[in-house]
Design a protein around this ligand. Sequence first.
Ligand code: KG4
Ligand code: ZN
Length: 345
Amino acid sequence: MPYFAQPTLMRVLGIETSCDETGLALYDTEAGLLAHALHSQVAMHAEYGGVVPELASRDHIRRALPLLKQVLAEAGADLAGIDAIAYTQGPGLAGALLVGASLANGLGLALGVPTIGIHHLEGHLLSPLLSDPKPEFPFVALLVSGGHTQLMRVDGVGRYELLGETVDDAAGEAFDKTAQLLGLGYPGGPALARLAEQGDAYKFKLPRPMLNSHNLDFSFAGLKTAALTLVRKEGPAAAADIAAGFQEAAVEVLAAKCLAALKQTGLKRLVVAGGVGANRSLRSRLDAEAEQKRFEVFYPPLALCTDNGAMIAFAGAMRLAEAQNRGGGFTVKPRWDLGSLAAPT
Ligand code: KG4
Ligand code: ZN
């Protein structure tokens, strides 16, 4: 028996702590997103050149409660106004996930409200539904984050079919690693994109891996290696042109595979989600293709492209029927296959 037999007006608290961002949000099933607050740990991890899991966990502990207070204040709500709590249950860093899961389930127990464990990528996948206008189902989704690069067919909440994915590095990982080669620090995706604006994307011809592979899979490791070879050969003076060439190659492959996925499925709606979805070059390329080839493309609001609590609160609101009063027992799933999810009951 679902906890809420017939969910009516509900306020869902969302908690995201899977990696290096602490995100809290309050979503109202009628009024929409009431407030969200975020703390990025980027500055803390930058000096190590990547996320240090133990430091991430400790920082989530420090930030979560102040962010919760901030969200409630902004929403003009108090703890008693929370009807259910959604938290990222996986995939992600085990210790970091445990912070959010413990907070969610502790609060749930104290407030007597149920909790819902959410798949982080489902949060990203559904985040464009927080935009206006929002896409109708079914659609093709390009999920491009620091850890994942996947094309999915989405027929509804929990109805996901994997069409293709990266065989090696994720797109965001390739942006980050190439940015590191160019001395742009961590995570370098946004910095590389900024530098690319000053460069000539055609000065150097970088490879378009798997562009003609006749499937919907991706590969980005070779592109990063090609960038490394260029950096060694051309030196720092060529950094902007290498950044532009890298971005152009990555965007071309991502866009081509999106078009192929639309063709294969016969669908006319594309949704782009995940951190790399904030990339302006990717967006303008897809916008131009959409206009020319007559399909629609949807993005999450820019602030909700990277990790955040709003997408977790929203996914929780879509899965209220699964909300449970767990009595303190819970798990996290550091590895979790998105395709294994089922539609809400
Ligand atoms: O979705 P996200 O916040 O975290 C994961 O779940 O991985 O994505 C972070 C990734 C990082 O690799 C970051 O460099 C990349 O998204 N990213 C970008 C841009 N903004 C964020 N990559 C290219 N261009 C951007 N503007
Ligand atoms: Zn993410």
